[in-house]
Design a protein around this ligand. Structure first.
Ligand code: SF4
Length: 436
């Protein structure tokens, strides 16, 4: 008997973790919709009777959040507010056996590559013809596009290859087709994502093919912004820099996680690159694409990390003055090669180091933002919050980077581009007014 007097099932998909997981949820909901099953993302109205929790299993904090979300949904089920709770995603892929034993109330557990099995629960068929079609969970004017799955790298701290498998690129034609469908439904900005973006094509085309893909996507009329996330520094295909420089609708933006800057740590992390090689790469990137915005991600507290290592990382940030920096504290993940090392940096020291590193970056970000005062930028209007319009320049990606507070006495359509003259700048965000 149904928990609610629903004539037919209504499914709520809850997505945790990264944008790649979000795309998987969008693909699942696209398939459910095509099978005439009512589906929503992150539904707060609780007018649904089935939940699919798409989990993250990357690091401790993410795993805790995933387990807590599952338990919260099971609480609703116990109260008769839900009929079914299904779990998929990376945590389920990684720990399915243990979790099924520990939390038997979950109706079924699925791995990261078991979409047809999930659909079976709804007596729904997997529709291959829908490849590249999905039900977006993002605002209609931007979308993520996953260009490959899995990763062939062996970074010692990383559990992702355990959950996502080996690198598999999607063919250029398929991606161009998907991008065209997205643009046809109003998307103007596409964020290209993968576990390792720069490896694209090495498997199916036997050569690095990101430049070809970028040109093919940049040729799509109406696609205003193409943004690159998750580039890998080692054997970085420099040709993509020329494409970024030459094509107007490819954002002068590059997200390239570097994780650390001390050679001792880079070696222990198996990052296949040295400090000197990273220095040279960053110089080359800035030479080839003047004004490019560089985002990176770092890890604090890796086993064996000394104060000296942290100082060299701070010095690295001061030398290269990245535009955007994100930081994680090291998480000791079983079945990764770093798990054999002693996790000797205490949690509070990890936290302290992460904070110190971000304080260095905060100053750099403030100074760089001051240089933008008085200048005018093309801004994509993302939303209206508390009576204020918020948007982003081409130098800011969704959710992880800075925002522009836009002052306008006129109504601004969400998803429209406006020119904004910057009047104020803060540590991270900017403020400005619309100009012609
Ligand atoms: S590149 Fe390294 S950190 Fe990134 S997903 Fe692959 S193994 Fe993990």
């Amino acid at each position: 008997m149904k928990a609610k007097s629903l004539k037919k099932d209504k499914v709520n998909i809850i997505t945790l973790g990264c944008s790649k997981n979000l795309v998987d949820s969008e693909v699942l909901s696209g398939q459910l919709k095509a099978n005439e099953i009512d589906v929503v993302h992150e539904n707060t109205k609780l007018d649904h009777n089935i939940v699919v929790v798409n989990t993250c299993g990357f690091i401790d904090k993410a795993k805790e959040e995933s387990v807590q979300t599952i338990l919260d949904q099971l609480e609703l089920k116990k109260k008769g507010k839900l009929d079914k709770v299904y779990v998929t995603g990376c945590l389920s892929e990684r720990y399915k056996g243990d979790l099924a034993a520990e939390i038997p109330e979950v109706d079924a557990w699925f791995g990261t590559m078991e979409l047809p099995l999930i659909l079976k629960q709804f007596e729904a068929d997997y529709k291959a013809e829908l490849l590249g079609e999905r039900f977006l969970s993002t605002p209609q004017h931007y979308a993520y596009m996953k260009i490959s799955e899995g990763c062939n790298r062996t970074c010692s701290f990383c559990a992702i290859p355990l959950m996502r498998g080996k690198h598999v690129s999607r063919p250029i034609e398929q991606l161009v087709d998907e991008a065209k469908r997205l643009v046809a439904q109003g998307v103007q900005e596409i964020m290209l994502i993968a576990q390792e973006l720069t490896y694209y094509g090495l498997d199916i085309y036997k050569k690095r093919s990101l430049p070809e893909l970028l040109h093919a996507l940049a040729d799509i009329p109406g696609l205003q912004w193409i943004r690159l996330h998750y580039a890998y520094p080692s054997k970085f295909p420099l040709e993509i820099l020329d494409v970024i420089r030459e094509r107007d609708n490819i954002c002068k933006y590059l997200d390239m996680p570097l994780q650390h800057a001390s050679d001792r740590m880079l070696k222990a992390m198996k990052r296949q690159i040295t400090r000197a090689e990273m220095d040279e790469l960053i110089h080359t990137i800035r030479e080839r694409v003047p004004g490019i915005c560089l985002r990176t991600t770092l890890i604090a507290g890796f086993p064996g990390e000394t104060e000296e290592d942290v100082e060299s990382l701070k010095q690295f940030l001061q030398e290269h003055r990245f535009d955007r920096v994100g930081i994680f504290t090291y998480s000791h993940e079983e079945n990764t090669s770093a798990y054999d090392l002693v996790d000797d940096v205490p949690a509070e020291v990890k936290q302290q180091r992460a904070q110190e590193i971000m304080e260095v970056q905060q100053e750099i970000s403030y100074e760089k933002n001051q240089e933008k005062v008085g200048k005018t930028f093309k801004v994509l209007v993302d939303k209206k919050e508390a009576g204020r319009y918020l948007g982003r320049t081409e130098f800011d990606s969704v959710e992880v980077d800075n925002e522009v507070v836009i002052h306008s006495d006129k109504k601004l359509p969400i998803g429209s581009f406006v020119n904004v003259k910057i009047t104020k700048a803060y540590d991270y965000d900017l403020e400005g007014e619309v100009v012609k």
